[in-house]
Design a protein around this ligand. Structure first.
Ligand SMILES: Cc1cc2nc3c(=O)[nH]c(=O)nc-3n(C[C@H](O)[C@H](O)[C@H](O)COP(=O)(O)OP(=O)(O)OC[C@H]3O[C@@H](n4cnc5c(N)ncnc54)[C@H](O)[C@@H]3O)c2cc1C
Length: 337
């Protein structure tokens, strides 16, 4: 247990906020010990995975717990499917690579997403036409009220677009300890329709891609357009893509003929990056904070010296200008602490 501890290395924005208390836990027993300490002192709790989806807007007045639970196990279901379970503290991308090495399919489109396995259900992480709900079986959680272990299946997790029960009613009630996925061991479903995967595979000279090729293509695309948090502080997409009623979209189309939208029933998903760019934010810097020059949806700690409050205020300005120009209220994807 450490006191007055800087969380700068524990959040990918590189914000220098301090936690009143900080502990790293390697087992459920250590986690329970830390929770007992927090309860005795009535401390607020903050769980940390890779810190790649949080913005610390102030010092954290409570106990920050870094979850380091490790281990991967598997169970053959049949001749073409395997259940793979990983503990919360496993790094997501290393987990994806370890599955690909064994030729287990289903995670390849989610290559190179930062963070840990235990956080993946929180916002149903997704990229390139796949979300974890597509291969998710269950997760084991610790209930913070009674310290009992509970299992949530696919339905109970109520996954949505960058959403789950753990961001809604279950917020602050559970710690996710391990996650189980159902992966293919043969007859893989290769998904190349989304984004630039097809053209990247062509560029790589691959006509009949394997799951490993798809992963490599996704890694190449991501490396070419997203800033590496090790070099420039960021948390990936700062906002969700808004979903608006079809009628509102059609009205906007009259005014802004280039507006893009992806219909889904009587709603339309609009790319937040495009809206932000149209408001002149792409590459724009105010003080220590900027919108990334290649991807306006990504807010960066441009100088490395930004405070969480500055980043938050910058994001508020973006929300206000998109609201003013398009009448659409952007929602932050990043967890504000
Ligand atoms: C460059 C970059 C690209 C990204 N690209 C994508 C992308 O393509 N798709 C996507 O979906 N996301 C993306 N993200 C966002 C981020 O990687 C994911 O949301 C990831 O799952 C966060 O994991 P983490 O372990 O870093 O979470 P953290 O930031 O540590 O935690 C996020 C939230 O979950 C809570 N939490 C953490 N662990 C647990 C646990 N075990 N139990 C309960 N609560 C917990 C935290 O308190 C916090 O509220 C990107 C981020 C970056 C920096």
């Amino acid at each position: 247990m450490q006191e007055n501890f800087s969380l700068k290395p524990y959040n990918t924005f590189g914000v220098d906020a301090k936690a009143q208390y900080f502990a790293e836990v390697n087992s459920i027993e250590e986690l329970k010990e830390a929770l007992t300490f927090a309860k005795a002192q009535s401390l607020h709790l903050l769980f940390l995975g890779g810190g790649s989806n949080i913005l610390l807007t102030q010092d954290f007045d409570g106990l920050a717990i870094k979850l380091n639970l490790k281990g991967i196990s598997e169970e053959n279901l049949n001749d073409h499917e395997t259940l793979v379970t990983a503990k919360a503290g496993e790094n997501w991308h290393e987990f994806v690579l370890s599955c690909l090495q064994k030729n287990y399919g289903g995670l390849e489109n989610l290559s190179l997403i930062p963070g840990n396995v235990g956080t993946s259900p929180m916002q149903n992480i997704g990229a390139y036409g796949t979300e974890i709900k597509d291969i998710f079986v269950s997760c084991v959680v610790l209930d913070l009220e009674d310290l009992e272990l509970k299992t949530f299946d696919l339905e109970q997790c109520r996954f949505g677009y960058r959403d789950s029960i753990f961001k809604q009613e279950g917020k602050g009630k559970y710690v996710i300890l391990e996650v189980t996925f159902k992966l293919t061991s043969q007859n893989h479903h290769i998904k190349t329709e989304y984004g630039a995967i097809k053209s990247e595979l062509e560029h790589m000279g691959i006509a009949n891609p394997t799951i490993q090729d798809v992963s490599k293509a996704v890694i190449n695309i991501r490396q070419s357009k997203l800033p590496d948090p090790k070099e420039i502080g960021n948390a990936g997409s700062f906002f969700k893509n808004p979903t608006i009623p079809l009628a509102q979209f059609e009205d906007l189309k009259q005014k802004f003929e280039n507006i893009q939208g992806y219909p889904n029933g009587d709603m339309v998903k609009v790319p937040a990056g495009w809206l932000i760019e149209q408001c002149g934010w792409k590459g724009r810097q105010i003080g220590n904070v900027a919108s990334h020059k290649l991807q306006s949806l990504v807010i960066i700690n441009a100088t490395g010296e930004a405070t969480g409050k500055e980043i938050f205020d910058f994001s508020t300005e973006i929300i206000n200008s998109v609201k003013e120009k398009f009448g659409i209220e952007l929602e932050r994807e990043v967890n504000i602490i």
